[in-house]
Design a protein around this ligand. Structure first.
Ligand code: AMP
Length: 401
């Protein structure tokens, strides 16, 4: 047996998956929420699922003060319900780390120096890197003596050419303050673009692919021969596509205008653009399911939110097709991309002149899993490929240990 434990650590949550790598099957899948919750109950919730032919799920509540205690709760659940750590002890722990800056271009075995660098990069990802580091420190206590590997969301985009990553601002300032496009969702873009080549049975090196990762956060990526050459998120995950609560692209002068005219300060503008904009700001609904339902019932705000969302995706598809000099495959993934036929058909409507079409029957078939939704004769393959960031992290772990 050769298992890898994958950790996605947030400021108040810990997601984990134990994956058996010989057949890439999930042995346990869990989430511990409300870590460090004070308040009246002071209780954290732990949900663990043990998949398999007879899948079982368990939920329990515990006071969990910090990530170190969260790992104890996880190990206690393994003791009680399985899988046995004696038989399935991981050979490595893989950690999702959001920001790798210009320092980390691939999976990296965690050392003290690596941790110092992750901490230093927290100024570029203040909500994520410190929480990721808490998870690493706690996991090293719970699983001593095995390698811990950091897999960075930014790493896949380390190949962006300067023309794609440079913002046209004062070069000295940009350099001093590390201002450039980094891009995110890299683990997903890598997994999905490779899976597309596999699905199409074509060599990755010859494929030009546009990946549309449409989840609560959303980003587009242009992949040329397996290499990321452009992506829509920037210095932070705010830029690019319209998201659940994030605005995506806008004229930066809007900020000066709102500051001068509406008296909004930096903290309020940050809150506005990251948490109160996007679908939520336009329609009052942050979840695409609610937006589609409301639009279907004639709600004009929801219809506009959907139209703006689709217009932005189409804008990036056109830009990336031009940048790539053609496109072989367009791939939808993540919560919205995998589940919403309305979004998939709307985003690509009217692109037949470019060889891009969606077959209505295939698009609405309700099939899960990897599938083609363009007609067979259509020059550009339009695919739906469920992402699997945990598996990608586990695979990358094995490449460096
Ligand atoms: P993710 O971030 O990949 O987990 O995606 C989460 C998002 O997927 C949610 O915010 C939902 O808006 C969206 N989603 C899930 N199922 C559907 C669906 N059937 N139709 C539209 N959106 C969906």
């Amino acid at each position: 047996m050769s298992t890898v434990l994958v950790i996605n650590s947030g400021s108040s949550s810990l997601k984990y998956q134990l994956i058996e790598m010989t057949n890439e099957s999930v042995l346990a899948n869990g989430l511990i929420e409300r870590i460090g919750a004070g308040g009246d109950t002071g209780s954290s919730k732990h949900t663990v699922t043990l998949p398999g032919s007879e899948a079982r799920s368990f939920t329990s509540e515990h006071p969990v003060a910090d990530h170190t205690e969260a790992f104890k709760v996880m190990l206690a659940a393994f003791d009680k319900h399985g899988p046995s750590m004696a038989e399935n002890h991981p050979v490595a722990v893989g950690h999702r780390v959001v920001h790798g800056g210009k320092r980390f271009f691939g999976p990296t075995v965690v050392t003290d120096l690596v941790k110092i660098n992750i901490e230093d990069l927290a100024e570029l990802a203040p909500l994520h890197n410190p929480a990721n580091l808490d998870g690493i420190n706690a996991a090293q206590v719970a699983f001593p003596g095995i390698p811990h590997v950091a897999v960075f969301d930014t790493a896949f985009h380390a190949t962006l050419p300067p023309a794609a990553y440079t913002y046209a601002i004062d070069a000295g300032l940009a350099d001093k303050y590390r201002v450039r496009r980094y891009g995110f969702h890299g683990t997903s873009h890598k997994f999905v673009s490779e899976a597309a080549a596999e699905y199409l049975e074509r060599p990755l090196g010859e494929l030009k692919t546009i990946v549309l990762h449409l989840g609560n956060g959303a980003s587009a990526c242009a992949v040329d021969g397996g290499v990321s050459v452009d992506t829509s998120m920037g210095l932070t995950p705010l830029e690019g596509l319209v998201m659940g609560t994030r605005s995506g692209d806008l004229d930066p002068a809007i900020l000066f205008h709102l500051n001068r005219k509406a008296g909004l300060g930096f903290a309020e503008l940050d809150e506005l653009l990251n948490r109160k904009s996007g679908l939520l700001g336009l329609s009052g609904h942050g979840d695409m399911r609610d937006v589609v339902t409301a639009a279907g019932e004639g709600d004009a705000d929801a219809q506009l939110a959907l139209d703006v969302y689709l217009h932005r995706i189409k804008h990036y598809v056109g830009a990336y097709a031009a940048g790539l000099g053609g496109v072989d495959a367009i791939v939808f993934t993540a919560g919205v991309g995998e589940n919403s036929d309305v979004v998939r058909s709307g985003a690509l409507a009217g692109l037949e002149a470019f060889g891009i079409a969606v077959d209505p029957e295939r698009n609405t078939s309700g099939h899960r899993g990897r599938r083609r939704i363009s007609p067979d004769e259509s020059p550009v393959a339009v695919l739906v490929i469920p992402t699997n960031e945990e598996l990608e992290i586990a695979r990358q772990c094995l490449t460096v240990i």
